[in-house]
Structure formats: C-alpha cells, structure tokens
Design a protein around this ligand. Structure first.
Ligand code: ATP
Ligand code: MG
Length: 577
C-alpha cells in the first residue's frame, strides 16, 4: 500500500503524561490515540498489530481445541448476584442502568456468563470437556490507569473457560492452556516466564501468571537460580526464620520516649530490628464502604507485610481493607499509634505472622504512649486470633523449595491461567450427570490473556531510541519501501515492482511515496518499526536498492531481485516460529 494514501500521523513528541517507552512510542507512531484517561482507540497501523496478536491467539487456541464465541460486554447484575460477585467486585466494576432501572455491568471478566450458558445447555458427562473462548473488550474502572495499554480501563482480553467432569480432567485442560500460552507468547516474540500466582480468596487451586520480563512491568517476580521456583512476590512464600531456643526472659516494660518507628525503638534500646515486633493497623469494610472492624497485624520489625496474604486470610476483597484511622481505632481497641503491641489490645482481630511464635524475647509496643515491652513471648504474653504467614518475600530470602537465595525481576502480567474448581458451578448450579445418572458440579478453569497489554509488552522489549522494532510475527507491515525521490518515475516503477513481487510472496509491503524529505521518511520508518526497509535511491536506474533490517545499523546495496528474495526469506523465517 502507498503511504500517500494511508492515514498515518506520526508525532515528534509524545504528551508528557506518557513515561514508558511502549506508551510513548505507540502514541508517537500514531498507532493508538487516547480518548480519555485509560481509554484508547486503535489507528490503522496499531489495529493491524492488534489483529495480528489476536490471530496468533486465535490460531493457537483453536489448535488446542478451544472454540471461539462472542458474548456481550453488557452483563445483567442478576448473574453476578448469583455468584456473589456483584458486591465482591467493588469499585472497579462499571455499573450502569437501563432506562427501566435494571442494573448491568460492563464485563470486567466473564465467568458468570459462560457458566450460565453451560448450565443451561450441558447436562451429561458426554458433553464434557468443553473449552470456549472469546476475544473481546473488557472494562475495569482501574484506580490508577497508566502506561497506555498496559493498565487501561477498556482493554482487549482473550478469556477462555474450561468445563470438565473432574479434577483430573481439569488438570489436563489446565496444562493444555499453559502450553498454549507458552506457544502464543513465543510467537509474539516475548521473553516471558510463567510463575506461580496468587489464587485470591478462593484459595487452594493452582494459578500461574505469564510474566513478560521488562523493567517497566508492574509486577515483581521472585525466582530461584538453583531450582525452577518462580512466583510473583505477592504469592511467593517467605520462609519463617528458624525457631529460637533461647530461654524466655521476664517481661519488662521500658520507657522509650518518642520512639514511634521500629528504627527509632531499635536504636533507642540498642536492639537489631529483627528483635522487634511491628504493628500494622487496618480497618475492614463491608460492600457499601462502612467500617466493619479493626485488624492489628504483627510481624517481625525488619519484615514487610504482604497485604494480599492478609486479605486472603481474612477472606475479603482488596477494596475491603485499608490502613485504619488510628484515632478511631484507638478508641475502640486500646492501641496507641507508634506504641501498639499485641498485649492488651481488645475488640480487634489480632493476626500474628507465622514466625513470631517461634521467636523469643522480642520488643513490642505496650499500648501506652512512650512505652515498649521487652522480652515479649508468644503464648506467655500474647496470643493471636489468626496465625498467618503474611511476610512479603525480599530479595535474598531463601527459596521455599531449595533454600538458595531468591532473586527478583520486574515483569508485566500478560496472561493468567487458573484452576477455578467448582466455585462458580456450585454458586450457579452448573451440574452434569455421570454414567450412573448421578449429579456432579462441573469443574472449571479460566484463562486470560491481556491482548492489548501484550502489545505494550512487545514494545517494551523491542525498541530502541529511534522507535519500535516489531517482531515479524506482529509487525503492521513486513517491509517498507522508501522512495527517496517519489517524483522520479524510474524509482517509482522500481518501488511498484518491489511491492508486486514481494506481495506475490505473501510479504506485506508499504511504500513510502510521500512528498517528504528523505530524512523524515527514514525517521518514520524507524519509528513505525517495520522489520525490513528497502530504499529506492540513487541507483534506482541501475536496479540497485539498499536493504536494511530494522535491527541493523548498516544497509547493503543489492540488485532488486536479490533484495526481494532476501526480504521474503527473512519474513518467512520470522513467521515460522
Ligand atoms: P492486574 O493484576 O494487572 O490488575 P488481573 O490479574 O486483575 O491484572 P486478570 O483478571 O488475570 O487481570 O485478567 C487477565 C489478563 O488481562 C491479565 O493477565 C492482563 O494481561 C490483562 N489485564 C488485566 N487488567 C488489565 C488492564 N487494566 N489493562 C490492560 N490489561 C489488563
Ligand atoms: Mg491476573
């Protein structure tokens, strides 16, 4: 296609709010346009990339036995009320009413809809297993939409749901999707890592996230170099320190004026921070946002808390936990800001981290201003309502599998696979009859890919200072033919010939025949990230062109026939894996 006829608007500068390369470059290349915060439109070249990623997903899902369907993005509240998630989902859900006041949401995900279809249409074991998927816009009113397509409020997701008769069959479906995701992300040219993931309040079942490795990703991955343990930091297990065999010393109250932080009290009493207990004060909310109670969580002073684990242990949703208003909590529970300890608190849930009971003679707040206890011991001096391992793993902590030190990397979650079990089939009555006409709940799995986020991940991993470097498999066009002097007829003839011959070999070609200076054309070709550039320049009359890969600095002069053969071979190689 001739660029003079295409709608492409590149920008010299991206708006200041764009701070990560993928956002900056996709805006500058005119591939996406912002509508409002977190909502983007796809322009012609961007849409071509999106469709290519979608098609890779589609081909691999179909090859794995999935069947594509398309449900509505609009979902009636009733289905979500049945599963119990209408309340659970919280402020991320876009809720709307029709003209008669009936409630709907714009689907953030589709478990309810798919379960509803299956419960109405599947009744026998003979109809199982089933894997249905769709590629569709999802809506989440994210608290902090940012980084362009990385965290947006409207995004394209591929969501698949598997329905099996038992756990064993689910395990097969799950492995099938896991392997399919591996193929999909390989074909998209991503460097990624599947890691163990948090399963949320559902608990028990397995889940993996597929993390594209990139500095600008929002996830932290903990991994072991010695064994293959890898998990997101929110799901990684932080191993308890070994229990101490010290004698319990007598509990003693100490005056510790003004020592409101762990650092201050440890310095004042000349203790390592690992001999102190840190208090974290939370309040919990119901679905309407009213405070339902207080939680005091205690952890070794030098550790960080993993709130996901607290939330899971409490069996609530993320939006139902926040740091407490200390004054209000103090009035109810007797805590004292900066001097809170587990002894003497009342009317709140006390959660103690799993390693504290094994440790001896620790220092903790005395629930009295300017006072701490020393030689606090679990069992003798304080107790817990819940003992939970809610320590956040730190770099260098020991691997829970083999004991070697853990390393950290940044990643971007591009997909997640999940063994759901019977959560939805139980709540919504999706059952089948076995060979003996006995009824069972259908065992489910769900599998998401952030299709638009995958575009961000690809650009994060494939770019340089001049622009995007698309992998061949997802490039909007494979080859750009840059005509230096579009008014030169011989040059344009040669460009036409290149376009024809390459197209005949299945190569997608755009010809830059615009009335622009060559410098502008070269800059745009680099910015757009087309994998191969063939320049028709000075030696056009001799049938000689310049051939350059987007990844190379140098171009080589080649007779036009050779350039065609070389480009076609390069593209077909790029498409073959
Ligand atoms: P996150 O933890 O990043 O908010 P999630 O775990 O809530 O994502 P899932 O429910 O697992 O997301 O959705 C499946 C996939 O959809 C994710 O793996 C991710 O790639 C993509 N995704 C989720 N939220 C967004 C978003 N706001 N913008 C773009 N893609 C998203
Ligand atoms: Mg996820």
């Amino acid at each position: 296609m001739k660029m003079s006829k295409m709608y492409i608007r590149t920008l010299r500068e991206a708006p200041a709010e764009a701070v990560v390369p993928s956002h900056i470059l996709m805006l500058r290349a005119g591939m996406i346009r912002k509508i409002v915060s977190g909502i983007y439109g796809f322009m012609p070249l961007g849409y071509r990339v999106l469709r290519k990623v979608e098609n890779i997903v589609r081909e691999e899902m179909d090859a794995a036995g999935g069947q594509e369907i398309l449900m509505s993005a609009l979902q009636p509240a009733e289905l979500w009320q049945e599963s119990g998630r209408w309340g659970d989902y919280g402020p991320e859900m876009w809720r709307i009413k029709d003209r008669n006041g009936r409630e709907f949401c714009l689907g953030p995900t589709h478990e309810e809809i798919f379960t509803d279809i299956i419960r109405n249409e599947v009744s026998s074991y003979r109809q199982l297993p089933v894997n249905l998927y769709q590629i569709q816009h999802k809506y989440r009113d994210e608290a902090r939409p940012r980084f362009g397509l990385m965290r947006s409020r409207e995004f394209v997701m591929k969501d698949a749901y598997s329905f099996d008769r038992d756990e064993e069959s689910l395990n097969e479906s799950y492995q099938n999707m896991y392997d399919t995701y591996t193929r999909i992300f390989n074909r998209c040219g991503l460097e990624f890592r599947p890691v163990e993931a948090d399963t949320g309040a559902i608990g028990g079942s397995a889940s993996h996230e597929f993390q594209a490795l990139t500095e600008n990703g929002e996830s932290t991955i903990a991994f072991c170099e010695k064994c293959d343990y890898a998990a997101t930091d929110e799901s990684a297990v932080c191993v308890d320190a070994p229990a101490s065999n010290e004698e319990m010393l007598p509990l003693e109250k100490k005056s510790t004026p003004g020592t409101k932080t762990i650092e201050a009290v440890a310095n004042y009493l000349d203790l390592p921070q690992s001999r102190t207990i840190k208090a974290l004060l939370y309040e919990t909310y119901d679905e309407e946002g009213s405070v339902t109670g207080y939680v005091a969580a205690f952890i070794r002073g030098d550790r960080q808390a993993n709130e996901t684990k607290l939330i899971n242990a409490l069996g609530i949703n993320e939006y139902q936990l926040a740091f407490a208003n200390e004054e209000k909590m103090a009035a109810v529970t007797g805590c004292v800001g900066g001097f809170t300890g587990p002894k003497g608190l009342h009317d709140c849930k006390i959660i103690v981290d799993s390693e504290l009971p094994g440790l001896r003679n620790l220092c903790a707040g005395a629930n009295e201003a300017d006072c701490h206890y020393i030689n606090m011991n679990y069992g003798r001096d304080y107790e817990a309502d819940m003992i939970v391992n809610f320590k956040l793993v730190g770099e260098g902590d020991v691997c829970p599998e083999c004991g070697a030190p853990l390393k950290f990397k940044r990643g971007m979650e591009v997909g997640q696979v999940f063994k759901l079990g019977t959560k939805y089939s139980k709540a919504m009555g999706a059952v089948y009859k076995d060979e003996n006409m006995k009824e069972h709940e259908i065992v489910m799995g769900c599998y998401g890919i952030g299709v638009t986020r995958t575009l961000s991940a690809i650009v994060e991993q494939h770019h340089d200072d001049n622009g995007i470097i698309w992998p061949v498999s997802v490039a909007p066009y494979h080859v750009i033919v840059t005509v230096v002097k579009q008014k030169d007829e011989e040059a344009m003839d040669l460009a036409d010939r290149l376009e024809k011959e390459l197209s005949a070999k299945g190569v997608e070609v755009m010809v830059d025949d615009r009335d622009e200076r060559p410098g502008v054309k070269f800059k745009d070709a680099d910015l757009l990230g087309i994998p191969v550039r063939i320049t028709v320049g000075k030696k056009a009359a001799e049938g000689i062109v310049e051939y350059r890969l987007r990844t190379d600095d140098q171009s080589v002069e080649l007779p036009v026939g050779e350039a065609v053969a070389k480009a076609a071979a390069f593209i077909s190689e790029g498409l073959s894996h």
